[in-house]
Design a protein around this ligand. Sequence first.
Ligand SMILES: [Zn+2]
Length: 212
Amino acid sequence: MSHYLAERWVDFVRGLLSEEERAAMKRHLDEGCESCRREVNVLQVMRNFAREEAWAEPPADAVRMAQAIYVPPPRRERALRRLLGRLVFDNFAQPAMAGVRQSGASGQQMGFEAGPYYIDLRLEGEPESSRVALAGQIVSREEPGAPLGGLNVVLLAGRKVVAETVSNEFGEFSLEFSAAKNHRLRITLPQEGVQVNVPLAAHSEENPDIAL
Ligand SMILES: [Zn+2]
């Protein structure tokens, strides 16, 4: 028996599906799928809380109840959807920016698109050392004001974690690390079940200042 993904059930509960799709999923429930029914029940409770939250804090015991019944299946927690960042802006790759660079803006600034997210990165090499300071921000392209705080941000060299931090309430983060090749930035959004990967090395080969 094949099931529907959690994100489909979220749309189902929020009433965002076509009539045809909704009917097919309703049929799946009516056929007696226990695990999908449980998921829908939890999502409906969550939705009701979200609605009430607009004008009132949910009562503490209701929150406890929701937490008690919402036991996320471990399988899905591991199966994060991976989004690969696509370079859409690089000040070092743009000849028009050369003047700016020479006039003292020494950092490399890059912008990446990854699905519904935009990741802005600034890399500064520290003089007389191989250390690199990275400052970045992740924002939602669909909801620019949406908070993306508390996200785990990891810098990897191959499979090895080189540096790690957590985004602040504005989705901003900063890391420091030793310059090396093949660095990759990974941002995990557990609520969305998404993992954003931004490869730094491939875009930095032309960059003589910061030998990433
Ligand atoms: Zn099912």
